[in-house]
Design a protein around this ligand. Structure first.
Ligand code: HEM
Length: 458
């Protein structure tokens, strides 16, 4: 596909000094109220604008949606060195994970990324396969024929168990007890519809108090985890190769207690909810598309029979791969990527200053009918004929791109596929919750009500 041909025409050619078309009919009117009422609708209205760049202004910030794959690529890859994560993310997440890999910038980020990369090498991740399958099997063992389940909490405990065992090797029962209240409080605080999202943490709202208390609880659990590691003899410590031990082995000066807390919270937040949501949306879509579910079962039966899947088997399961691609296209848990230029830049012909908050929304680009036929339909088979090779590079980017792409991508894809395969070998799912899903844009794209399915033993 010739993407240059497909760049949408702006009403007039862009000339120096022009601004992108703006959301809202009345010029210079702030979009805060619309964004607060319905963030998802706000994104959809930007999409309906049918322009590749759409300006907006929320809570005093100058924002711009960037909706063309070539422009997304320019920001994330080609010109990556003149963009940072930006003030919006620093303001909302900085006090919790500002010292973690997700938000660090420059030299410090590079140093941490290089140090942590070995935990995500292909061979290392393949070694986690058995743990992933085992925990998925254990989750299914607790279910029975005809049972109706609220999917997300089951998937959250599954992905937390897997993450705890494989990447952190911590006592996850204790960590989960401290982590879940913190995550719940953070989800509420960072929901753009909640008042707390716009207030500093010291303002004593009920949500802020809950965040502060649960953060203290989490920190103290973390202290126990670190102390236990430090009590281990050198031999035991050297034998470990999990993310926590890589962090602890870094120079003390670069890895103080606060930074360690931010790093661990980064991995727990980034690595557990995202994959749990992916699996939840997968069960929802399969339950509501029985023929596609049947095709998945047929592939699993033909390739695996009753045998548990291994990482090598995943190469022989193309439809499973297509199902995952399609789930992440329709419901990308990371629904947008934020960036802010560090110097004046030109993007899509427009001159942008350093206060521009750029929103690169997977939620819109993944459903753009210039790249996808029937973009709202769940059709895993669209990936059969190597669709990915014919798409513009950044028409599909559930894991971001460029130097800041998701470090856990390979881990997450393997985990999701092994969990889907293991559970689908044992159960079919029938729809209880039907489309459309009611969704909220919190830290991740999350359902606002239980997503339920009924289990049928196979
Ligand atoms: C389906 C699951 C996942 C999705 C959709 C996802 C998505 C993303 C995206 C879009 C980014 C880039 C953000 C940006 O450029 O601003 C990112 C970064 C990141 N992800 Fe993931 N992620 C997933 C799973 C995981 C897992 C399993 C882990 C770790 C165990 C993880 C850890 C991280 C970290 C640490 C970063 C920051 C990397 C850096 O800036 O160097 N993610 N993720």
């Amino acid at each position: 596909m010739d993407t240059q041909q497909a760049i949408r025409e702006t009403p007039e050619p862009v000339t120096p000094g022009d601004r992108p078309p703006r959301l809202g009919r009345v010029p210079f009117v702030d979009n805060t109220a619309a964004m607060l009422r319905d963030p998802l609708g706000f994104y959809d209205r930007a999409g309906a604008h049918e322009a590749d760049m759409v300006g907006y202004s929320v809570a005093g910030t100058t924002g711009c949606f960037v909706c063309h794959p070539d422009l997304v690529e320019q920001v994330l890859v080609t010109d990556a060195d003149v963009y940072e994560k930006g003030q919006l993310l620093q303001d909302t997440l900085g006090q919790f994970i500002g010292e973690g890999l997700f938000l660090l910038e420059g030299e410090e980020w590079q140093q941490q990324r290089t140090a942590l990369q070995p935990a995500f090498y292909r061979e290392r991740i393949a070694a986690y396969g058995d743990t992933m399958t085992e925990f998925a099997d254990r989750a299914a063992a607790g279910w029975s024929d005809g049972q109706r389940i609220d999917v997300l909490p089951h998937m959250q405990s599954l992905t937390l168990n897997i993450l705890g065992k494989t990447l952190l090797d911590v006592d996850i029962e204790t960590t989960a007890d401290a982590l879940e209240p913190l995550l719940d409080a953070l989800r509420t605080r960072l929901d753009p519809r909640s008042l707390s999202a716009y207030l500093p943490l010291w303002v004593p709202t009920a949500t802020n108090r809950a965040v502060t208390n649960s953060l203290a609880e989490f920190q103290s659990t973390l202290d126990d985890v670190i102390a236990a590691r430090q009590r281990e003899d050198e031999h035991a410590r050297e034998a470990r190769d999990d993310v926590l031990s890589l962090l602890l082995s870094l120079d003390d000066e670069t890895m103080d207690r606060e930074r360690l807390g931010h790093q661990l919270l980064t991995f727990l937040v980034a690595g557990h909810d995202t994959t749990a949501l992916t699996l939840t949306y997968a069960w929802f879509l399969l339950a509501n598309n029985p023929k596609r579910q049947q095709r998945l079962h047929d592939e699993l039966d033909a390739t695996l029979g009753e045998r548990q899947p291994t990482p090598e088997d995943l190469f022989e399961l193309p439809y499973l791969d297509a199902v995952l691609n399609e789930v992440l296209r329709l419901y990308p848990p990371a629904f947008t990527v934020f960036r802010q230029p560090t110097e004046p830049v030109t993007l899509g012909g427009y001159e942008l200053s350093t206060d521009a908050q750029l929103t690169l929304p997977q939620w819109l680009v993944h459903r753009d009918d210039r790249w996808y036929d029937a973009p709202d339909a769940f059709r895993p088979e669209r990936w059969d004929d190597d669709l990915e090779a014919s798409l513009p590079d950044y028409a599909y980017y559930p894991f971001g791109g460029g130097p800041r792409h998701c470090i856990g991508m390979r881990f997450a894809r393997m985990e999701a596929k092994l969990a889907l395969a293991t559970i689908a070998q044992q159960y079919a799912v029938e729809a209880v919750t039907e489309p459309p899903l009611s969704l909220a844009m919190q830290i991740t794209l999350s359902p606002t009500a239980p997503v339920e399915v009924r289990l049928r033993e196979r």
